[in-house]
Design a protein around this ligand. Sequence first.
Ligand code: EPU
Length: 418
Amino acid sequence: MDKIIIEGGRRLKGEVRISGAKNAALPILVSSLLADGVNTYSNVPDLKDIQSIKLLLTHLGAKIVSADSIVRIDAGGLCNYEAPYDLVRKMRASILVLGPLVARLKKAKVSLPGGCAIGERPINLHLRGLEQLGAKIELKHGYVEVSADGLKGDDIFFDVPTVTGTENIMMAAVLAEGTTVLRNAAREPEIVALADALKKMGAEIHGAGTSVITISGVNELHPISNEIIPDRIEAGTFMVAAALTQGDLTLTNCEPDHLKAFIHKLTLTGTKVHHVDKQCIRVIGPDEIKSVDVKTLPYPGFPTDMQAQFTVLMSVAKGLSIISESIFENRFIHVSELKRMGADITISGNSAMIKGVSKLSGAPVMATDLRASACLILAGLVAQGTTTINRVYHLDRGYEAIEKKFTQVGALIKRVNG
Ligand code: EPU
């Protein structure tokens, strides 16, 4: 299994091009199931999770051709309604095929995604939403089986805003009879990106990006060309890298507007953030990082997917900070690894109390989930000595060419096999 080895302590300087967003690409590639004909997607990141969704779509009968960051999907041959355990266990987001399969084939059988390293992650709200649209749900032998004579619009209230839940029900509702209203819907930019793609396909959707989304069902959709939006979490990760290393990084092809809450907090640490133009941002790290408290919240709040990276920043800040995680119940597993590198962090319930230390020291560490892996890379970049990160496959799920991008801006980072 690959490892990443970092010699820390280098100041990062230069330009990084941000890739397309994993969490926008996944539902948008899945939305190709909703129409016959060839959909063309550009700026698709080359990631393990994207390979997983392509495998699943192929298994369902879609034909896929990929070259560089362009992916063409023709779901005209959609014939299979089953997403098997072996494909779903590799990636929870596979659950996104549920809505489109029921909309197109009137039935779906999808292996239930289990919990994962960051929490239990139930899908009850996806299922309840489908049930309200008229689907019959059965849980059997680790699978959820959904059938419907025809979906009918309804008024659906989400107990908590769920990103993939909102996406799933939105994709089921676009071909349902009548009007569906989603209340307390998630407002993430990835929801807006999916709604924009669906609208291009001919769907009628209003209010995406607000907590009330209204969808008027149409009879059919048509294929489109669509560009995937930039990855806000990859951009945020490089911004923390600049902040940590007294660096000077210019990020191109990014969307700073999607990171307002994060940029606000980053600025309070003393980091300078210059908006060069709409899609370009320059980040200059301070001589001394100030402590800032953070609480993760659904969008437009501070993203949970940036919590682990911000924890590293606070580990070497001056003073005390508290980071509260309000989205997932178990998203502090990276902390025990950071402590092995010298961080002074105490966990109490869903909060981490961080006493900044003057330096971290390199160590062999183990990544437990995607963002925890990114956090360990950042810790390695600022630590004294060598950090070896094991279980790199989590990283490959969500960061395109990460060691190449860091090398280009001056990091001493390499991947070794075995
Ligand atoms: N929840 C329920 N019931 C449901 C669905 C969600 O109780 O049916 C709860 C969850 O347990 C959690 C909260 O609602 O406490 C929010 O979870 P959400 O459903 O929004 O998460 P998700 O859709 O499974 C997406 C991203 C995650 C990101 C979260 C939160 C994708 C493919 N995944 O997950 O991304 O952390 O939203 O923003 O879009 C990552 O990229 O590393 C990642 C984990």
